[in-house]
Design a protein around this ligand. Structure first.
Ligand code: BG6
Length: 523
C-alpha cells in the first residue's frame, strides 16, 4: 500500500540554470575508448546543451589511432547514434559541439608524445585558444603513470598563463601499496588541489540527496544510530555482463571495480558524522574519519563475512546469456569474481554492532542501486493478534537508480472496528515530484572540475583509507581456496552464500526488484 509524497507542486520546482564553466581546453587521453564514447563525450554534449559549457571550451581527443578531426567527429557521431537515448547528431547544437572536437594522435606510453602535445596546445593558445588545461585520463590504469610523468616532463602540469588540472578515473591503483605509489607519482607532478579523482556515483543526484536527507531533516538524527537501526543494506545490482571490458575486468573483479569506490562512498555518506560545513575540506574530513572506523578484516573474518560469486549462463530479461567464463576475452578457468557481498562493521559509538551489508554483482535479475535502512522492531507486539500480523519493522529505502526516490515503510491501522495493523509505504519519487531526467553524473562532475571544486571527488587520504579496508579482503581471497565458480545463475539475485551471510545475523536482503514505471533516468 503506497502513499505518494510530493515535495511541492511540480510546477513550482524549476531547476536553476547551470553556472557556466570556466573556459578551458579539455584533453582526453583514451578518446576513442569505451568510457569516452559511452560516458564522457555524451556528458560534455549534455553540458553544452544545458548551457554549462563556455563557448570557448575546446575538446582534444588523443589516442594511438591516427585520426583526422573529421574522422574523430564521425566516430563520436556514430557512438552517439548507438546509444539508447540517442542524443541529436544534427542541428545547430550538434554543429557547435562538433566544431569543438579535435584530435591529436599520440602514444601515451611514449615520452615523445608530450612535447608534441605541448607544442599543439601552445599553437592553439597563440591562435586565441584558452590557456586553461584540463587533462582527463580515460585509459587503462597501466597508462596513468606514464601520462602523469609525460605531462610533468613536458611542463604541462604547471599553472602558467592559465590553470592545469587532471581528472583520473578509478581504480586508483590495485591495493594499498600501489595506490600510495600512484598518489606519490601524481602529487609529485600535480598539486593535490589540481587532482580530481573521479567516482561518478558522487555525481548522481540521488547520491547527493543522501546528504540532504540526513542533514536537512531533524527527525532522522536522533534515531540514526545503533539504538534504533538494526542493519543497513547497500546494493548495486546490474543486469549487464562484462560487455567488451573483459581485459579490464579480469584484472579488476567486482570488489575493486565497485566496492572500493562506489559502494564504500555510499556507505560513508550514510554513516558519517555531520560535517561542520558542506565544503570540500569539512566533508571529506568526515568521510575519511568514517572509513578509518571500519576495521580491516583478518583472514578468519574474511572467510566468515565476505562472499564472492561468478555468474553462470542463464536468462536476463528473457534473453539467454552466456556464463562469465564463456565471455570473449575471459579465461576458461577464470576465478575473477563478478559478485561480492560483505558484512562491514564500523567501530565507533554510533554504529557499534550494526552490520552494513554491501553487495554488488553483474548479470543479476534487475539493475538496481539502493540503500535500505532497517530499524529495530517495536519492543512489544502490541497490535499483534496472531504471529503473522506481527509488525514488520520500519524501513527507509533510498533508491539511487532506477525509479529514483525514497520509500518509508511503517505501520498503519487497517480499516475496521478492531486495532489491526498493516504495513504501508510513503513514497517520494523524483520523476513525479520534479519531472524530467536527472542530470548526467559525469556532466555534473566535469562542471565541478572546470570550476575547480573538489568536494565531490576523492581525496588522497580517502583513497588510502578505502584500500586499507579492501586490500586485506583481496589478500585473504588470494590465500583462501577459491569458491567453486560459477556459483550463481545469470538472472538470479546472486549466490546462495550471500543469503546465508545475512540470515546468520537474523536479517534478510530485500529482493532485487524490477524497475517501477517512470524513473527519472539518472546516469
Ligand atoms: C563503473 C564500473 O564504475 O560503474 C562498471 O566500472 C559498472 O563495471 C558501472 O557497470 C556502473 O555504473 P552505473 O552508473 O551504471 O551504476
Amino acid at each position: 500500500m503506497t502513499a505518494t509524497v510530493h515535495a511541492a507542486p511540480p510546477e513550482q520546482i524549476t531547476r536553476p540554470p547551470l553556472r557556466e564553466a570556466e573556459a578551458c581546453t579539455l584533453i582526453i587521453f583514451g578518446a576513442t575508448g569505451d568510457l569516452s564514447r559511452r560516458k564522457l563525450l555524451p556528458a560534455l554534449y549534455d553540458l553544452q546543451c544545458a548551457g554549462g559549457m563556455s563557448s570557448r571550451c575546446e575538446i582534444i581527443g588523443t589516442g594511438r589511432t591516427p585520426l583526422t578531426d573529421e574522422t574523430f567527429r564521425g566516430r563520436v557521431r556514430e557512438a552517439f547514434s548507438d546509444m539508447k537515448d540517442r542524443p541529436h547528431t544534427s542541428g545547430a547544437r550538434w554543429r557547435e559541439f562538433e566544431q569543438r572536437l579535435h584530435y591529436l594522435a599520440g602514444d601515451p606510453s611514449d615520452v615523445a608524445s608530450y612535447p608534441r602535445l605541448a607544442a599543439d596546445l601552445d599553437a592553439r593558445r597563440q591562435a586565441g585558444g584558452n590557456p586553461n588545461r584540463l587533462f582527463y585520463i580515460a585509459t587503462p590504469t597501466s597508462l596513468v603513470r606514464p601520462i602523469i610523468e609525460g605531462l610533468g616532463a613536458a611542463g604541462l602540469a604547471k599553472n602558467d598563463a592559465g590553470w592545469s588540472r587532471i581528472v583520473i578515473e578509478k581504480p586508483f591503483g590495485r591495493d594499498l601499496q600501489s595506490g600510495r605509489e600512484l598518489n606519490r607519482v601524481v602529487n609529485g607532478v600535480f598539486a593535490e588541489e589540481a587532482v580530481f579523482r573521479i567516482d561518478h556515483y558522487l555525481g548522481k543526484e540521488t547520491v547527493q540527496n543522501i546528504l540532504v536527507f540526513r542533514f536537512g531533516n531533524t527527525m532522522l538524527e536522533p534515531v540514526w544510530n545503533r539504538n534504533y537501526i538494526d542493519y543497513v543494506e547497500i546494493t548495486a545490482a546490474e543486469t549487464l555482463g562484462v560487455e567488451s571490458r573483459a581485459a579490464f575486468y579480469e584484472e579488476t573483479g567486482a570488489l575493486r571495480d565497485m566496492v572500493t569506490n562506489h559502494l564504500l562512498q555510499l556507505l560513508t555518506l550514510i554513516a558519517m558524522e555531520p560535517p561542520v560545513a558542506l565544503d570540500a575540506g569539512a566533508l571529506r574530513d568526515q568521510k575519511v574519519q568514517l572509513l578509518r572506523a571500519i576495521r580491516p578484516m583478518t583472514v578468519a573474518e574474511v572467510k566468515h563475512r565476505t562472499v564472492r560469486g561468478q555468474y553462470d549462463a542463464g536468462a536476463v530479461g528473457g534473453q539467454h546469456v552466456a556464463a562469465y567464463r564463456e565471455e570473449t576475452g575471459v579465461q576458461a578457468r577464470s576465478n575473477t569474481e563478478t559478485y561480492a557481498a560483505i558484512d562491514f562493521r564500523i567501530d565507533n559509538w554510533r554504529w557499534e554492532g550494526v552490520p552494513f551489508y554491501v553487495r554488488t554483482g553483474k548479470r543479476l535479475a534487475h539493475s538496481r542501486s539502493e540503500v535500505v535502512v532497517h530499524f529495530k522492531r517495536t519492543p512489544q507486539a502490541l497490535f499483534a493478534h496472531a504471529p503473522e500480523t506481527y509488525l514488520a519493522p520500519n524501513q527507509i529505502a533510498l533508491r539511487i537508480q532506477p525509479d529514483e526516490g525514497i520509500t518509508i515503510a511503517f505501520a498503519a491501522k487497517r480499516p475496521g472496528d478492531d486495532l489491526r495493523s498493516i504495513g504501508v509505504e510513503a513514497d517520494f519519487s523524483y520523476a513525479e515530484s520534479f519531472g524530467g531526467k536527472a542530470p548526467n553524473a559525469y556532466a555534473t562532475l566535469l562542471l565541478d572540475v572546470m570550476h575547480g571544486d573538489p568536494t565531490r571527488f576523492t581525496r588522497r587520504d580517502e583513497v588510502d583509507a578505502e584500500w586499507r579496508i579492501i586490500t586485506p579482503i583481496e589478500e585473504a581471497w588470494a590465500e583462501l581456496p577459491p569458491p567453486v565458480f560459477p556459483n550463481y545463475e545469470a538472472g538470479s539475485d546472486g549466490p546462495a552464500e550471500a543469503k546465508e551471510l545475512v540470515v546468520r545475523g537474523g536479517h534478510q536482503w530485500r529482493p532485487i526488484a524490477p524497475p517501477r514505471a517512470g524513473g527519472a533516468g539518472a546516469a
